[in-house]
Design a protein around this ligand. Structure first.
Ligand code: NIG
Ligand code: FE
Length: 380
């Protein structure tokens, strides 16, 4: 992760949307249909954002103000805010409205350099609501050049009517929704919020087990506020990623070391909620890889700007600029099952690229936090 190979005075040739060749500029082919001059600028792989809740009905800035007054995420959830608040709003929002709003968000993210993105359901929490969200994600896939992966997160929270009837909700998720989602091919992955007050490790285990029957690999919310065995459960089910990890035990590290699961940090969520940052140095220094993603959602990270996520990774998690860029590109592509097609500049990969403004070095990007260094984004 510490290595970022770079070529000074380079050329890069794109053909049919793929990276055809690159190298020293003196070796560049003489002709191309279109030339883009990039003197003094950096050409990077576009950001890959492997964890978002991009489809939602409304922002929740009221809760933001509650937080300023001292309420915690748990306290806000307890008084009807949080995920259930988003679910209520989503229920009363049409598929078209959800689609238009999400498409606009996507267009903005593309301008800030995102080329591939994972989007979760999980604000439906009912048969209709979850199906509606997943259909919106399918429509987004059809209407944008960004590469999108869909994750079924019906196990995000127990709706109020199922608070005392977990079996009933699991039955809805696993026996009614999952078969339908699989038949229609509406999801690529399965997720659960493994957390006290949400889904226990045992319940998460059942969700992931059921997902596996339908060929859905897990990407799981674990260790955000408490360590309750989510990492071990996820590793057992060969999860593609475990996300959040604001807390991490020695046993978690040991489990991850014997797995192909990508640990994923969501520093914008830590920033926004004022909770601990994922111990990136502990993870990387243990020889593990790390991905970073935005967690874009109205409750805990109302921004999907990956440039800011990369800055936070360096400033708050002490990742080097090279580590943070690798985490936000190749490792995040891996965490969506896309590392063969995206996430680095390599011959044959999709030519999703960022061209920066003139900058003095790679380190300038995270250093110059909040300033837009992205000049042009190519998505093919
Ligand atoms: O990743 N932690 C659970 N899910 C989201 C937040 C959802 C919400 O508050 O709306 C997260 O932070
Ligand atoms: Fe999340």
């Amino acid at each position: 992760m510490a290595t970022m190979q770079a070529i000074d005075n380079a050329y890069l040739l794109i053909e049919s949307g793929l990276i055809k060749a690159f190298g020293q500029s003196e070796d560049a082919p003489e002709r191309a249909d279109e030339m883009i001059e990039a003197e003094g600028k950096l050409v990077l792989p576009a950001w890959c954002d492997s964890h978002t809740h991009l489809v939602f009905a409304a922002y929740r800035e009221g809760e933001f103000v509650d937080k300023i007054h001292g309420l915690t995420y748990e306290q806000i959830a307890a008084k009807g805010g949080g995920i259930l608040n988003s679910a209520k709003k989503l229920q009363n929002t049409s598929e078209d409205e959800l689609f238009e709003a999400a498409l606009q968000r996507l267009e903005q993210l593309q301008q800030s350099g995102t080329g591939a993105i994972e989007i979760k359901s999980g604000y439906g929490l009912s048969y209709e609501g979850e199906m509606k969200m997943l259909r919106v994600i399918r429509r987004l896939k059809q209407h944008t050049k960004l590469t999108i992966k869909a994750t079924f997160l019906g196990a995000h929270a127990f709706p109020i009517e199922y608070r005392e009837d977990h079996e009933g909700y699991l039955d809805l998720l696993l026996n009614r929704l999952l078969p339908e989602i699989a038949t229609e091919g509406l999801a690529d992955f399965i997720d659960a919020f493994c957390e006290k007050g949400y889904f226990s490790a045992e319940e998460t285990d059942r969700v992931l087990e059921a997902g596996a029957k339908y060929g859905l690999q897990p990407k799981v919310h674990v260790n955000q506020f408490n360590v309750i065995g989510g990492v071990q459960t996820s590793v057992k089910h060969k999860a593609l990623s475990v996300d959040h990890l604001e807390l991490l035990s020695d046993e978690d590290i040991t489990a991850l070391k014997s797995s192909d699961t990508m640990p994923t940090a969501l520093p914008a969520c830590s920033f926004f909620l004022r909770i601990p940052y994922t111990p990136a140095r502990t993870i990387i220094d243990a020889g593990l890889p790390l991905a970073i993603a935005s967690d874009f959602n109205p409750g805990t990270s109302p921004s999907g700007n990956m440039n800011f996520v990369v800055s936070l990774a360096c400033i708050q998690m002490r990742m080097t600029p090279a580590e943070a860029v690798n985490a936000a590109t190749l490792n995040s592509a891996y965490a969506m099952g896309l590392s063969q097609q995206l996430g680095s500049i390599a011959v044959g990969k999709k030519a999703n690229l960022i061209i920066t403004k003139p900058v003095s070095s790679l380190a300038f990007l995270p250093y110059s936090f909040g300033n837009n260094c992205v000049e042009r984004v190519i998505i093919t």
